[in-house]
Write a protein that binds this ligand. Structure first.
Ligand SMILES: [Zn+2]
Ligand SMILES: [Zn+2]
Length: 272
């Protein structure tokens, strides 16, 4: 039972392969489920397609969903295709985004904080600013993650400590703030993904870090797996290590989603 709930394809403008390529790769890897979750359009902007290299146009969104539905039918019996989207969390916009998603038959919506202070979370320019307050930058980012957790729009929180991606660490301990965040996530009963794409970034670590995984697991938070694959070859990246780590912190199930409802499945491997 191997699953991957965070995948991208060429519609976003910076990933390789089609939806079909991703599904075929998942079948070849013997996966039981594949979650398709390309980036949401920038619904909060005026223009139809403000950032072609970042995400699809607003007008392309219905085509994205229609293609997923058609592929799910075509591949029935060979693999379970789950319909998703990786949504931005934009302060002031959750209700509008919620309404947009409600019009489509999604199985799940991932909520990711990509933008704070006008910069993308993986923007090098953020850290090149003169007088940047690194600690305040982290605090702001984590506050956004807390808001995303409780806003009621998302089934899964994406790469929750992605601000560490470019390996500019805070200068103070943020343990208390992360504890508070873990409390809010547990209270909202939203699932957290173990996103292994950080291994390809300067931080060379998963999102979230193992320390944070422990804090979440201790509060009974549920987890799912997401490689954040931007090409079919990245599917399931570091899956075995994630399963082993989750087992080591007492997790025995993984979260899957169908029609916005969570369905827990056993974590593979021997029961301890
Ligand atoms: Zn993301
Ligand atoms: Zn992603």
């Amino acid at each position: 039972m191997r699953i991957d709930y965070h995948t991208h394809h060429n519609r976003c403008g910076h990933a390789q392969g089609t939806l079909r390529d991703m599904i075929e790769a998942a079948i070849a890897a013997g996966m039981s489920q594949i979650g398709l979750s390309d980036h949401s359009p920038l619904f909060f902007k005026e223009e139809d397609h403000p950032t072609p290299g970042m995400t699809m146009a607003k007008s392309e969104f219905p085509n994205y969903v229609a293609e997923m539905i058609a592929l799910r039918e075509e591949y029935k019996g060979r693999i379970d295709v789950r319909l998703g989207v990786e949504s931005d969390y934009i302060r002031g916009w959750p209700d509008a985004y919620k309404e947009i998603y409600a019009a489509y038959p999604f199985d799940y919506v991932i909520g990711s904080v990509h933008y704070t202070d006008g910069f993308h979370v993986y923007s090098r320019n953020r850290w090149k600013q003169e007088n940047i307050d690194v600690d305040e930058t982290y605090v702001q980012y984590i506050r956004h993650v807390q808001e995303a957790a409780v806003c009621g729009v998302f089934d899964i929180l994406g790469h929750i400590d992605a601000m560490k991606g470019l390996d500019v660490p805070p200068t103070v301990s943020l343990t208390d703030l992360w504890d508070e965040t873990a409390d809010r996530i547990a209270g909202a009963d939203v699932t957290v993904e173990i996103n292994t794409s950080g291994l390809f970034k300067p931080c060379k670590a998963w999102f979230p870090s193992i320390d944070l995984i422990e804090r979440l697991a201790g509060r009974g938070v549920t987890f799912t797996f997401g490689s954040d694959a931007h090409s079919p070859g990245q599917l399931l990246h570091d899956w075995d290590a994630v399963v082993e780590t989750l087992r080591s912190v007492g997790v025995r199930e993984l979260a899957t989603f169908r029609e916005r409802r969570r369905i827990m499945i056993p974590l593979p491997g021997k029961m301890i």
